[in-house]
Design a protein around this ligand. Structure first.
Ligand code: SF4
Length: 260
């Protein structure tokens, strides 16, 4: 049976606000404030994505997400960097109305870096306008997932590697840094092929100018079941991250979110 029950969220509140250290581009380890906003579910519905669990089924009113961010900022310590994650795309207007993105920009002028996430197909004029308006440096994280030609088309991501490369190139031309989320052991991959394709994905990301890669082990997703799901091992994650670091082409993180 497929379970599709979402967590109960309060539209008046970001569902997460916390701080954690991360290595910066300049080599320091700085605290990053992180706000997880409450908004409409991402329309892409990729098979491996579990972010829908903390989303709503409807578009929130104009001003609601900006207020969530304002209130969350009041609870967070001073930091130089902030991540605004909306379980989808920051430039999806059904998720965050355009006016809210600019109101949020006004609230975070004191930061040095702001990191948001987006689907490559939603990288266009709205993203570049936002980057220009914003005082901090904009970094955009996009899900590359895997360059495995057998798996990427089956993920329901509605994205090709050309789409990812086009979005990356255009953002770099606009002075926006790009980070890539890369799956370790994507659906239908074995432990060995999972490691292989995660390394290939890092190489692809580096080759097109991605500065930062985050390797994310596939997590069980109650919506699709993944009955034969087996988590990849911590050793595999370490191997893939070390492979990426050995290339000396930028930061490579291993995501241990939800790791037991
Ligand atoms: S585009 Fe990203 S947020 Fe949307 S369903 Fe796919 S993985 Fe999840």
């Amino acid at each position: 049976m497929r379970l599709t029950v979402k967590n109960k969220l309060d539209v008046k509140k970001a569902y997460g606000a916390f701080s954690e250290p991360e290595l910066t581009r300049s080599g320091t380890i700085d605290d990053h404030n992180i706000i997880l906003t409450t908004n409409k579910e991402c329309p892409f519905k990729c098979v491996m994505c579990d972010l829908w669990q903390n989303t709503l089924d409807y578009t929130v009113d104009i001003g609601a997400v900006a207020k969530q961010v304002r209130d969350a900022l009041d609870t967070l310590p001073k930091a130089k960097h902030i991540k605004l994650y909306n379980a989808g795309s920051f430039f999806d207007r059904q998720s965050i109305p355009k006016q809210d993105t600019f109101d949020i920009a006004d609230e975070i002028q004191e930061y040095e870096t702001v990191i948001v996430e987006a689907h490559p197909k939603l990288i266009s004029a709205g993203c570049f306008q936002f980057a220009e308006y914003l005082a901090p440096q904009l970094d955009v994280a996009m899900g590359l997932e895997t360059v495995d030609p057998e798996v990427l088309p089956r993920l329901n991501k509605n994205m090709t590697l050309d789409d990812f490369e086009r979005a990356t190139t255009e953002m770099l031309e606009h002075g926006i840094f790009v980070r890539a989320f890369i799956l370790l052991r994507a659906p239908w991959q074995s432990e060995e092929s999972g490691k292989h394709w995660a390394k290939e994905s890092i190489d692809f990301a580096h080759s097109i100018g991605v500065e930062c890669c985050t390797v994310i082990p596939l997590r069980p997703n109650p919506r699709i079941g993944l009955t034969d799901f087996e988590p990849s091992t911590p050793e595999s994650l370490e191997e893939v991250v070390n492979y990426g670091l050995s290339k000396n082409k930028g930061r490579v993180f291993g995501d241990t979110w939800d790791a037991k």
